[in-house]
Design a protein around this ligand. Structure first.
Ligand SMILES: [Zn+2]
Ligand SMILES: [Zn+2]
Length: 390
């Protein structure tokens, strides 16, 4: 037995899953249906498949709602050159628990739970031990809710696959199976469909705001005012910061004002001039290559600009802008499980959440086009009940 096979068997879910199914002599599976893309150039279409059903430490959920994240589009179109097909996206999942493994203690049948970007991690590396599963340094890093391990076997140091699977199917589906500790509790005060985008867009922006210590009285800039920017601005405001959003879309200025935010058009050079060295923290949510230099000029001495939207090379950074006032440009990736639970509770407590628009699953390809054009500020959320009719 090679190391990876051994590791796979040592995973509590893998071994227990076998143990749970001794009577049948085979791994029990769960029939599933969702919307998947077969190639980078194809639309999402109805796709039937089977999931391995819950092992001792897993839960099975019926998906109620799933948010549409810009990453879903990047992934479907293979824009990060790592997509495994069929690609069945969805990592802003809220559902009802329908079955629990024999060892599950955190959730009960009937509970409303959420699943974000991760469904497993190695559990033993430094970051995992410190609770930062999203920075797992195991041979395959964390297991994504869709598209399989972050580091596939082909790129793992010894070509191993600790999770025993190359691909995973996400929440654009009627059901999902997940380790119990990777399912979050949805607070009673939060509508399930509103909670869905908090599981990625919410925690992706909450985690850096928290990590870099944004506090009451700080001036915070949010670059980009789409799904991530909307959450970022609301969270920073609820933390007590004075928030300014930077947008390229004139129609979004009014919306920002309605939310009690300052708003600046990205082409407004005069406004940029008056805001030099004004900000304690700036969060860029722009989901593609962009120029951060003009925003670096808006930071105070020692302040930080964090990029969460783009996972690709940025326009070159002029280090003179950083060095002269000891400024920082940093990145941050989603958030850990504790932060995800925390941001759900923070949103319930402060009565904030994403602005959402509900769609049926058969509207997903049109929704992608609108998100790509950048003309939606709200988050699309798929009502998964529509799958039955699709
Ligand atoms: Zn996402
Ligand atoms: Zn790890």
């Amino acid at each position: 037995m090679n190391d990876s096979a051994l590791q796979a068997l040592q995973r509590p879910d893998a071994s227990q899953s076998d143990a749970d199914d001794v009577s049948s002599g085979a791994v029990r599976t769960l029939k599933a249906v969702g919307y998947a893309a077969k190639h980078s150039f194809s639309n999402l279409k109805r796709f039937e498949f089977e999931r391995v059903s819950a092992g001792a430490h897993d839960i099975e959920i019926d998906v109620l709602f799933c948010g549409v994240c810009h990453s879903d589009i990047h992934q479907v179109k293979n824009e990060w050159a790592n997509t495994v097909y069929p690609c069945l996206p969805g990592h802003e999942v809220v559902g009802r628990v329908t079955r629990t493994g024999s060892g599950v203690t955190r959730h009960r049948v009937g509970d409303i739970v959420g699943v974000g970007c991760m469904i497993d991690s190695c559990g033993s590396c430094g970051p995992c031990q410190a609770g930062d599963q999203n920075y797992c340094e195991g041979p395959n890093s964390w297991l994504a809710t869709y598209n399989g391990p972050m580091i596939p076997a082909a790129k793992a140091p010894d070509q191993s696959n600790a999770y025993g699977r190359d691909n995973t199917y996400g929440g654009y589906s009627n059901n999902l199976v997940v380790r119990e500790d990777f399912a979050l509790k949805i607070p009673a005060g939060l509508r399930p469909e509103v909670a869905a985008p908090i599981l990625c867009a919410g925690v992706t922006t909450y985690s850096p705001l928290k990590h870099w210590g944004v506090k009451a009285g700080d001036r915070v800039g949010i670059v980009g005012f789409g799904g991530l920017g909307d959450m970022a601005a609301k969270l920073a405001k609820a933390m007590g910061a004075e928030v300014t959003v930077f947008t390229g879309t004139p129609e979004k200025l009014e919306e920002a004002e309605r939310l009690g935010l300052n708003a600046v058009l990205e082409k407004d050079k005069e406004a940029f001039g008056t805001l030099k060295a004004a900000f304690d923290f700036i969060l860029s949510t722009v989901p593609q290559k962009h120029d951060v230099n003009r925003f670096i000029e808006l930071l105070k001495r020692d302040a930080t600009l964090c990029v969460v939207g783009a996972l690709e090379p940025l326009e070159p950074i002029n280090n003179m802008l950083l060095a002269f006032h000891r400024k920082h440009v940093v990145g941050s990736l989603i958030g850990n499980l504790a932060d995800t639970q925390e941001v759900l509770e923070f949103c319930a407590k402060h009565a904030i959440g994403p602005d959402i628009e509900m769609i049926n699953i058969d509207e997903i390809n049109d929704a992608y086009k609108k998100v790509e054009r950048g003309d939606v500020r709200f988050r699309y959320v798929i009502d998964m009940a529509s799958l039955a009719a699709a």
